[in-house]
Design a protein around this ligand. Structure first.
Ligand SMILES: O=C(O)CCC(=O)C(=O)O
Ligand SMILES: [Fe+2]
Length: 373
């Protein structure tokens, strides 16, 4: 049975902020993932619950309403089932998920079409949730700056200030349908990998940091182990957080921050699998315990899965130049082999993002290029 990923849990509200910063940096280097204990101080539990309620409502909106918000080249809007392929080299079909991406808001108003099913208060609540995520990200970036002894320690945060211009930052609602709702081919033989079993293909995130919110009883996220072959389930409620009012916020380093720090901070490959695979591969993904009265397993796992991700990016014009930190400079590991941009010149945050989006939404970009031709 697959062992759950050994990702540290950090309480960033601790008195000893130097220690917190150091722990955060070590987790980012070693795992690329870290749990931020939810004390309710940065992101109140009610705000998370509210965001999930709005997400459910949005996905239940009539298809025509969602289609009218179809994702555009600016990466905002709705993407339907199978339209995004996160692991194009290994997936025959796109991801079994639906997603809605929210870009920047202006005075609590979305700058993109929203389904009329969402009310003005819903829109304001999404904007407020995005703000909470932004402020938590800044806090984490500041801690990473101090933990790496970057001079000045505001080096990362200043590249993320909203006032400096538009960014690729996206708040994303995700809905993964149950396997029973899908026209999946019959199972392959025992122990064989079935590419189609993947809800979200193997990928690393593009931005600087990702904050991920999940619901108890809805496992499925896995991280690639250091062996580069096997997967470790990422518990929603890791040991020590069972009594907390909400699961910890799962934070991971994205490619941009890995690139910026010459590979010192790790952008770890991850994926989302169906519960049957999760059960086979790691039935203890939830430690087999009752979480908030919900016992995880086949029954619960067979349901629709929801998650919310906040992909934090620097402002578009931010130049990803050398990081003024001895630790970063002294790191000789370099970017992982096979990294498509290991040898590239300094690029801006926007150039970095465009490069990655083109790979995931090949269809969207091909269609647009044809239209424009
Ligand atoms: O739904 C999840 O648990 C993870 C989603 C994810 O990795 C992504 O959208 O980048
Ligand atoms: Fe991801």
């Amino acid at each position: 049975m697959a062992k759950i990923a050994n990702i540290p849990v950090i309480d960033i509200s601790g008195d000893d902020q130097a220690r917190v910063a150091k722990d955060l940096v070590e987790a980012a280097i070693e795992h690329g993932f870290v749990y931020i204990k939810n004390t309710g101080q940065d992101i109140p539990v009610a705000a998370i619950d509210g965001a999930f309620e709005i997400s459910k409502k949005l996905f239940e909106a009539p298809l025509s309403e969602k289609q009218a918000c179809t994702i555009q080249k600016n990466n905002r809007g709705w993407s339907g089932m199978n339209s995004e392929t996160l692991d194009p080299a290994n997936q025959r079909v796109g991801d079994f998920k639906e997603a809605f991406n929210f870009g920047d808001f202006l005075a609590h108003k979305a700058q993109q079409p929203l389904p009329p099913t969402l009310t003005a208060p819903d829109e304001a609540a999404i904007s407020a949730f995005r703000d909470l995520c932004y402020h938590l990200s800044l806090k984490l970036l500041h801690l990473l700056g101090t933990g790496l002894a970057v001079t000045p320690p505001t080096f990362f945060t200043s590249a993320h200030e909203r006032a400096r211009g538009a960014s690729g930052t996206i708040l994303r609602f995700l809905r993964y349908p149950p396997r029973s709702a899908l026209p999946l081919p019959s199972k392959v033989g025992e122990g064989e990998e079935e590419d189609d079993d993947v809800r979200a293909g193997a990928h690393s995130d593009y931005g600087s940091l990702t904050l991920l919110f999940r619901l108890r009883g809805q496992p499925g996220l896995e991280v690639l182990r250091a062996d580069g072959r096997t997967w470790a389930p990422v518990a929603v409620t890791p040991p020590g957080t069972e009594g907390d009012a909400a699961p910890p916020v799962l934070v991971n380093i994205g490619d941009l921050l890995a690139y910026w720090t010459g590979g010192l901070l790790r952008s770890t490959v991850h994926r989302v699998v169906f519960p049957a695979a999760a059960t086979e591969g790691g039935g203890d993904a939830e430690g087999g315990v009752a979480t908030g009265g919900v016992v995880t397993g086949e029954g619960e796992g067979a349901a629709t899965r929801y998650s919310i991700a906040y992909f934090c990016h620097p402002f578009g014009g931010a130049e990803l130049g050398p990081v003024p930190s001895e630790r970063v400079r002294g790191y000789k590991g370099g970017l992982a082999q096979g990294n498509p941009y290991a040898e590239r010149r300094v690029m801006t945050a926007d150039e970095h993002l465009m490069m990655r989006l083109k790979a995931s939404y090949a269809q969207l970009y091909e269609e647009k290029e044809k239209e424009e031709a």
